[in-house]
Design a protein around this ligand. Structure first.
Ligand code: 5GP
Length: 233
């Protein structure tokens, strides 16, 4: 009897980290402004080889989160490479790796041309795998980008690439566009310059049926300062 109880306790202890690791409560859908992400800075010169750069917000990722702790690398579930150039192109259209040049039909199978997706799946996607298996994770993320066009949202306040809006106008415009919910903004600040808009995150409940306020504990909006930011063309 004692032996069985001991084994049961051992089993629960072994399974516990797995359960905790994959218990996501919400998702942050992060889109990035290519001209912002690719702004050269001393720490990251020539970071982008994609040419031409997309002139729309592209996907960075869909990040499962927990209200109390950061979730990353939750399981060892491997990334499944796309096998056809058509599938590669379809995903690339909204989710390009800006650091890489565009491959050809002959070269797209090289590991480097899917390493961004591999990274996003391994670090983030695995944390919602219990609800969104890999193919679903990628297709649902692309659906979200079709539904949430950040350039259109910003245009409602006449905020366009090549301008220097205030951080509060960007924040409140997105807030209104997503039915009064708090977005997550991220900027980088090159030395002695104004912060540059890089990312805008929108948060969803676990079933992706409702937009929620991005949790205050993890907001990156402070990286944009309190005054004007650069939204480079
Ligand atoms: P995370 O690792 O949590 O997904 O996001 C942070 C990392 O994503 C940073 O290292 C940032 O440089 C990287 N990142 C953002 N956009 C791109 C991209 O287009 N390609 C690649 N390879 N990395 C990116």
């Amino acid at each position: 009897m004692m032996g069985i109880v001991f084994k049961l306790i051992l089993l629960i202890l072994l399974l516990c980290p797995l359960t905790i690791n994959s218990s996501f409560q919400y998702l942050t859908f992060v889109q990035q402004w290519p001209r912002g992400y690719c702004t050269d800075n001393p720490a990251n010169p020539n970071r982008c080889q994609r040419n031409p750069l997309p002139t729309v917000f592209t996907i960075h990722g869909l990040w499962p989160g927990n209200f109390t702790k950061i979730l990353q690398n939750c399981t060892s579930s491997p990334y499944t490479s796309l096998r056809t150039f058509q599938d590669w192109n379809n995903r690339n259209l909204r989710w390009p790796d800006l650091t890489k040049p565009s491959p050809t039909a002959q070269t797209f199978r090289q590991e480097k041309f899917q390493s961004f997706w591999r990274h996003e799946w391994t670090k983030h996607g695995t944390c919602s795998e219990n609800m969104y298996p890999q193919a679903t994770y990628f297709s649902r993320t692309i659906q979200l980008s079709q539904r949430h066009n950040i350039l259109n949202y910003l245009a409602t306040s006449n905020i366009r690439p090549g301008s220097n809006p205030t951080v509060s106008s960007v924040n409140s415009t997105i807030y209104k566009a997503i039915s009064n919910h708090v977005p997550d903004l991220m900027c980088v600040t090159p030395p002695r310059q104004t912060p540059v808009l890089v990312e805008i995150g929108i948060c969803f409940n676990a079933t992706m049926t409702t937009i929620i306020d991005c949790p205050s504990g993890f907001l990156r909006t402070r990286s944009c300062g309190t005054n004007t930011i650069s939204f480079p063309a």
